[in-house]
Design a protein around this ligand. Structure first.
Ligand SMILES: [Fe+2]
Ligand SMILES: [Fe+2]
Length: 465
């Protein structure tokens, strides 16, 4: 691994002068973007961060204090397997693509740009959160997520620069020009234009939206375009921590709320009522479901046929990697009612991937409900129907209840404030957001974590302020 080059990498960048020069030219633009749009107010602080020092699954990370702009942004791919074959689709069993096949060039570029765009977007969404951190431990976790999303942008930009020539370089520049939530130059996907301005939003985002990332990356980690597959395989090792932050973050809020519920009125005691937590879940879960794309999709069929985007755990979970003769039954809206339709399996792969994601989210809900049970409460949190509050796919433009039944628009409007965060909810949650930076202290609305980071106690000075 070439860790101490200007751009740390394990792709022998110094042997490809043209690419090296192109990326070295992109580096200052990236740093400008980071300084302008990265975490506000903490750029010169020492943060206890993990950094890549190897790409092997055991011990790839090194922990130490780093100032965020000096983070080891770089290009790390999982090592190549000799004689790799395309694992699915029409070219199943053929050697993997080392270069972009001409006929798939546009599709592949679009896949990489769409994934790449989410990485800086989330940093932009979260840039103000440091100022209201509930503890130093949480502050550090926020920054860990932020720098790794920044590195994920590097991963995608490497592919654009390395394999797509001029248009790739233009796309890499555009990735630094769009801005989350900006009406004139928004980020590509809607979930990444939503404000993430309080910590409950942040935990929901890392729980639900980063988890979409896990499934997209897993599907791309199967790709027959080998540089993409190896890039995504390494990104997945980083992504796991992001979801841990969200999952345990919500768990800690739930725990604190449960404790306060037993003492009296949660609001009066300065906690976040369970109904508000539920509405935030409904919001982020439904927006994150949209990220998988339409239930019935010719793109998903094309990407699979071409060997570009596979299924979750394609090799482990499936026997038929061609999937040309199977059908999938999905629920659609037709003539004002819900009905089922059989579609070719390849056209249903967005839905297949979404179902894997749903199963994973359900495990999170079970963990939070276990916390409620342990606190002796009978209240439970749940996931709404996958048809609820959708803006992409078969249910977009229709009104469906939390249980997924078609309802009239006026019925939806009547229930909206019960189902989705209201302005008052958001204002209330924001009113609780005051920074707590004393060693070993936590804000009143959240329980401390069960353990610290990398064997350090919770009281450790994770960020030197
Ligand atoms: Fe990421
Ligand atoms: Fe992430």
């Amino acid at each position: 691994m070439n860790l101490y080059e200007r751009i740390p990498n394990n792709v022998n960048l110094s042997e490809n002068k043209k690419l090296q020069r192109a990326l070295e030219k992109w580096l200052p633009d990236y740093l400008n973007w980071w300084n302008e749009m990265g975490p506000e107010g903490f750029q010169q602080k020492d943060v206890y961060l993990r950094t890549a020092i190897s790409v092997e699954p055991d011990g790839w990370a090194h922990f130490d204090y780093v100032k965020m702009p000096d983070y080891r942004w770089g290009i790390f791919l999982k090592p190549a397997q000799p004689d790799s074959k395309i694992g699915f689709g029409d070219n199943y069993g053929q050697p993997v693509y080392q270069e972009v096949p001409g006929e798939f060039r546009n599709s592949l570029r679009r896949i990489i740009v769409t994934q790449g765009d989410t990485e800086p977007a989330s940093v932009e969404q979260q840039r103000q959160l440091g100022k209201t951190c509930p503890s130093l431990y949480d502050l550090r976790n926020l920054f860990q997520v932020n720098v790794e999303e920044g590195r994920h942008l590097w991963a995608m930009v490497y592919l654009l620069h390395g394999y797509f020539g001029r248009d790739g370089r233009d796309e890499a520049d555009a990735l630094l020009e769009r801005r989350s939530g900006n009406p004139d130059k928004p980020r590509i996907l809607e979930a990444f234009n939503q404000p993430c301005d309080d910590w409950l939003n942040f935990f929901c985002f890392t729980m639900f939206t980063d988890r979409d990332g896990k499934y997209q990356l897993s599907a791309l980690a199967e790709s027959g375009f080998e540089p993409l597959a190896r890039t995504c395989q390494f990104m997945l090792t980083e992504e796991a921590h992001h979801m841990f932050v969200g999952d345990t973050g919500i768990g800690r809020v739930v725990k604190r709320t449960a404790q306060l519920m037993k003492q009296g009125d949660v609001r009066e005691l300065g906690g976040i009522p369970l109904e508000i937590i539920q509405r935030y879940i409904n919001f982020w879960y439904s927006y994150s479901l949209d990220l998988f794309g339409g239930e019935i999709s010719s793109n998903s069929a094309d990407f699979f046929a071409a060997g570009l985007k596979g299924r979750y755990k394609e090799q482990e979970q499936y026997e038929d990697h061609i999937a040309a003769n199977q059908t999938f039954t999905t629920t659609v809206v037709e003539g004002g009612r819900l009905t089922t339709r059989d579609v070719p399996m390849r056209n249903a792969l967005n839905e297949v991937l979404r179902n894997e994601y749903v199963k994973d989210c359900e495990k999170g809900l079970a963990r939070w409900n276990k916390i409620l049970a342990e606190e002796g409460l009978s209240d439970r949190l749940y996931l709404p129907s996958t048809r609820f509050h959708r803006h992409v796919g078969e249910y977009a433009g229709h009104f469906l209840s939390l249980q997924g039944e078609l309802i009239l628009p006026e019925e939806f409007e009547k229930q909206r404030d019960q189902w989705l965060p209201t302005l008052a909810d958001r204002e209330y949650v924001r009113s609780l957001m005051h920074p707590v930076t004393e060693l070993g202290k936590t804000a009143n609305w959240i329980a401390p974590p069960a353990t610290g980071i990398k064997g350090k106690p919770f009281e450790f000075e994770y960020v030197r302020l």
